[in-house]
Design a protein around this ligand. Structure first.
Ligand code: NI
Length: 172
């Protein structure tokens, strides 16, 4: 396994629509494992392949429980994930490994149904709610060339991107 380099906004790969995976082969499993290792190393709860420069429809998630005593999602490796149903609304303060330091309140569906293949090629249909539902939506957006700043209005987007540019300059 290897830790991959995170692509930071405004890297152009983050704007590209990722290609579907035709078969879940050894190469795909290696990428998923490297993505999981990279996500954990960065203390992320989700990662999409374009964020490591790979324009393919692969995501990893490991979302903590929102209720004390409840289990978290555990590691999810998802190939060609797609949302087949959505319902309700929730506002969550989101971050993104491609925008270090930036946090934005985003409105998304509170319940989603997601279909995907796992690392063995087995098909899953999963009903998700709360933070896990939000995380799937955030990561699947990455596969469509969208980032979380696209999910707010123009004024808030400008302010968020200005804050982000300032943080990057201050880090440099
Ligand atoms: Ni992200």
């Amino acid at each position: 396994m290897a830790v991959l380099t995170i692509r930071l906004w405004p890297d152009e790969v983050l704007r590209r629509k990722a290609e579907p995976v035709e078969s879940v082969d050894v190469d795909v499993c290696r990428v998923l494992n490297d993505m999981a290792e990279t996500m954990y190393r960065q203390n992320g709860i989700g990662l999409a392949a374009p964020q490591v420069g790979i324009s393919r429809r692969l995501i990893t998630l490991d979302v903590p429980s929102e209720e004390e005593g409840e289990p978290g999602s555990g590691l999810i490796l998802a190939v060609n994930p797609r949302i087949t149903a959505r319902d309700g609304k929730t506002v969550v303060t989101e971050g993104c490994l491609s925008f270090p330091g930036l946090e934005i309140d985003i409105t998304r569906a509170d319940h989603v149904t997601v279909e995907y293949l796992d690392e063995t090629g087995a098909s899953h249909t999963r009903a998700c709610e709360g933070l896990l539902a939000v995380c799937f939506q955030h990561e699947i957006d990455h596969l469509d060339g969208m980032v979380f700043t696209d999910r707010v209005g123009l004024v808030r987007r400008r302010l968020a991107l200005r804050d982000y540019e300032k943080m990057r300059r201050d880090d440099a």
